[in-house]
Every structure is written in C-alpha cells, then in structure tokens.
Ligand binder design. Structure first.
Ligand code: 0O2
Length: 208
C-alpha cells in the first residue's frame, strides 16, 4: 500500500516539469534558428491515483514494484505539425544522452484496433533529488495534431460512455481515425510539394 501519495508522486511531478521544459526548449531552439519546429506543443500529466490503482489490479503490480513496473505514471505528449515530424522527434530523443530508452511502440504505422495512432517511447531519466539520483520512468506519446484531435475526443466519448462502444460506433470511430490519417497524409504531401518549389521559405510559428 502506498501510504503517502503526495510523497510518492513528487518525483514524477518534478520529472514531468523538467521534461516539459526540455521539450519546449527543443521547440524554442528551432524557432531561434528560424526553422519550422517538429514540435507544435507539449503537455504533461501525472497518472490519476484511481487510474494507477486500477492498473495495479489489472496488471497485478504490487506497491513495492510500482516504480519499476508501471511505465506511464509520468506522461508527456508531444504534438507535431506533420507526420514526418513524429520520426524527427523520435530521432532527437534517441540521440539524447540524458535518457535511456526502454521501449518504443509505433502505433502510427501499426494503429491499434480502436483506430488509435501515436508513437510511444518509454525511457528512464536520472532525476536529481536531495538524497541523490533516482531513475524515473517517463512515457512520451508523440502524435500529429489530427491524431491528437481523434484520440482526445475518442477518449472523452469513451470516458462518458463507459466500458466499450457499441459495434456501429466503434466502426465509425475507426473510420473517423482513417479520415484524420488521410488529412495528415494530404498535409504532408502539400508541405513536401511546397518545400520542393521553395526550399528556403521559413514557416510561421505560433507561440503556445
Ligand atoms: P491515462 O492517462 O493513464 O488514464 P494500459 O496502460 O495497460 O491501458 P499499455 O499497453 O500499457 O496499456 O499502454 P498502451 O496501450 O501502449 O498506451 C496506453 C495509453 O495510450 C493510454 O493511456 C492512452 O493515453 C493511449 N491509448 C492507447 N490506446 C488508446 C485508444 O484506443 N484511444 C485513446 N484515446 N488513447 C489510447 P490511458 O491509460 O488510457 O490514460
């Protein structure tokens, strides 16, 4: 049993803050070079306590193994403007020497049965605490704006509806996901064509 959740979750909150800052730093670096950033915006969340407890039961994770066996207590999400940007961000993360990548899951090219698409990376991060260093697992989900649009709405519909969708709704959501993906492909194609015709055009960036 976790006696003090605030105490348990503190390192995860700290890691989320540091990583949000690092990822926004990458975006700012591109902007300072007047280049289009592969990162549009970044969000973070600490897994809700009831969601941790539900997953502990479902996966038979004991309290003493929680930090090692639950990989998504600290979660970050990177939203990319275009499809190719997802893999640019993956490469940037692979090259970093302040993390050790534990696993990668490509749900962009291998979408889940629901229609969900995103690229998931779990890594271990050395967090500096008063008493020394602690390894914290962090999950980053990397997706386009269109994938985020679909996943956010599907999640909220699922949350409101509870349990599983009726078959007809499930199929419609799969189709909606396919349409979002077609939109991503079309926008990527437009970008490539514009780049070919005018390689040096700097693209406008929004501040978030
Ligand atoms: P939250 O914020 O934790 O409540 P599991 O975590 O056991 O369910 P697994 O295999 O460990 O699953 O992880 P998986 O499937 O690689 O990633 C789980 C997370 O990916 C989910 O976290 C969602 O954020 C996202 N995800 C996966 N499948 C779907 C889907 O079909 N629809 C949507 N909208 N998101 C999905 P949690 O646990 O739901 O979120």
């Amino acid at each position: 049993m976790i006696e003090d959740w605030d105490l348990f979750l503190f390192p995860y909150e700290q890691a989320a803050k540091e990583w949000k800052d690092k990822l926004r730093g990458i975006r700012n670096e591109y902007q300072s070079r007047n280049q289009q950033s592969p990162i549009e915006f970044v969000t973070s969340r600490i897994k809700a306590i009831d969601s941790i407890q539900e997953k502990m039961k479902r996966r038979q994770i004991t309290s003493d193994r929680l930090s090692e066996d639950m990989e998504d207590i600290c979660g970050l999400r990177i939203m990319c403007p275009f499809l190719d940007d997802i893999y640019t961000v993956v490469e940037i993360l692979r090259k970093r020497n302040d993390i050790s990548i534990i696993s990668e899951r490509d749900y962009v090219n291998n979408e889940k049965e629901s229609g969900y698409r995103s690229y998931h990376i779990v890594f271990s991060y050395s967090l500096q605490l008063v008493d020394g260093t602690r390894q914290i697992l962090v999950e980053i989900q990397i997706r386009t704006l269109a994938m985020n649009f679909w996943a956010t709405l599907e999640h909220s519909l699922n949350y409101k509806h509870g349990d599983t969708f009726p078959t007809e709704i499930h199929t419609r959501l799969q189709k909606a996901s396919e349409k979002a993906f077609q939109l991503d492909e079309e926008m990527s194609q437009i970008r490539h064509e514009l780049e070919k015709s005018n390689p040096a055009t700097p693209t406008e960036q929004e501040e978030h």
